[in-house]
Ligand binder design. Structure first.
Ligand code: UT7
Length: 325
């Protein structure tokens, strides 16, 4: 017997050219390099240039992922783009990317689950590929959070950055064991009772403005470790795997303390943890594919490796995805 698995063919990412250091931020708000590094691990983040949009970053990441996968854009029939900072309210940024790639067939849409967006997008694309109706998917996480930050609010503006990352998934018939390559399981959760702890204070239906990000940082922090470790434990149970079986842990990059505490609680060795929050800041839905691309390109993540992705963010939403590379 065989099952359809969503196998990763390649990945790519793109960061805006401009970097913004903690010291530069300290010149405009009451903060310091020391505070930001000690509380978050962030040293710098990338910021999109004026006129550079989420779709521009996403398109560049998509091209690099296709090159890395060694396939032509015409072979893609599904694009799922996770973002909370679309170019426009509609159409979906995914169709702008689709047009940019010259694809006129298949389906493309955006998915909004804030920082958990990439894990949600993997789950969505995996489910759609496994129906047999689609063959190859581009799964993209792309954000320009710099556009929704209140640059006078030191409690949030120091945390976020811009960027994009993408993977190519292909439906393949495989034996259906945990030795298969591809997405082995995804676990998604949300709990809207927490929707006011991390939100944007604007939107088309409420204020007719874009709004700014607002966060009760301490409250988010309090929930983060428990929530992500829960969905990771569920992924282990669903597949009969353990922390020892993991080759790499690639978490959402919000805060180094959350990453380290989660890994410790799960018994994942520090050398298996991929961390890029120091260079990228929190890029929301883009953070996992950006970190992944770094670890693939520097040779850490290799074919056959077992990789755990996890994320938690506004909503709250949270989730995990266990993938054999
Ligand atoms: O990606 C979505 C998920 N988001 C997250 O995971 C973010 C989760 N939260 C966090 O990462 C942390 O809560 C923060 C990094 C946001 C804050 O760290 P914290 O250790 O929880 O600090 P805090 O909010 O308890 O603030 C400690 C102090 C406060 O001053 P008082 O009240 O003790 O006098 C803040 O006003 O630090 C102050 N503070 C700052 N000081 C210098 C807050 N922001 C800054 C700043 N620079 N940028």
């Amino acid at each position: 017997m065989t099952v359809i698995r969503s196998v990763v063919l390649g990945c790519g990412s793109h960061l805006p050219e401009r970097t913004l250091t903690n010291s530069e931020l300290a010149a405009s708000v009451d903060t310091s390099d020391e505070w930001i590094i000690q509380r978050t691990g962030i040293k710098e983040r990338h910021i999109a240039a004026p006129g550079e949009m989420t779709s521009d970053l996403a398109l560049k990441a998509a091209h690099k992922a296709l090159d890395n996968a060694k396939i032509d854009a015409q072979q893609i029939d599904l694009i799922v783009l996770a973002t909370s900072t679309p170019d426009q309210t509609f159409p979906a940024t995914a169709v702008t990317v689709q047009a940019g790639l010259g694809i006129h067939h298949g389906a493309a849409f955006d998915l909004q689950a804030v920082c958990s967006g990439f894990v949600y997008a993997i789950a969505m694309a995996d489910g759609m590929l496994r129906t047999g109706n689609f063959k190859r998917a581009l799964v993209i996480g792309a954000e320009t959070f710099s556009r929704i930050l209140d640059w006078s609010d030191r409690t949030t503006c120091v945390l976020f950055g811009d960027g994009a990352g993408a993977i190519v998934l292909e439906a393949q018939s495989l034996p259906g064991t945990t030795e298969d390559r591809g997405v082995l399981t995804t676990r998604l959760r949300s709990d809207g009772r927490h929707k006011s702890k991390l939100y944007v204070d604007g939107g088309p239906s409420s204020t007719q403005t874009v709004g700014h990000l607002r966060m009760e940082g301490r409250a988010v922090f309090k929930h983060a470790v428990a929530m992500v470790t829960d969905v990771i434990d569920q992924a282990f149970k669903a597949t009969g795997t353990t922390a020892d079986d993991l080759d790499w842990f690639i978490p959402h990059q919000a805060n180094k303390r959350i990453i380290d505490d989660s890994a410790k609680k799960l018994g994942i060795a520090p050398e298996k943890v991929v961390t890029t929050v120091d260079r990228h800041g929190n890029t929301s839905a883009a953070s996992i594919p950006l970190a992944l691309d770094v670890a693939v390109k520097d040779g850490r993540v290799k074919k056959g490796d077992l990789v755990m992705f996890e994320a938690m963010g506004g909503g709250f939403t949270w989730g995990s995805a266990l993938v054999r590379w």
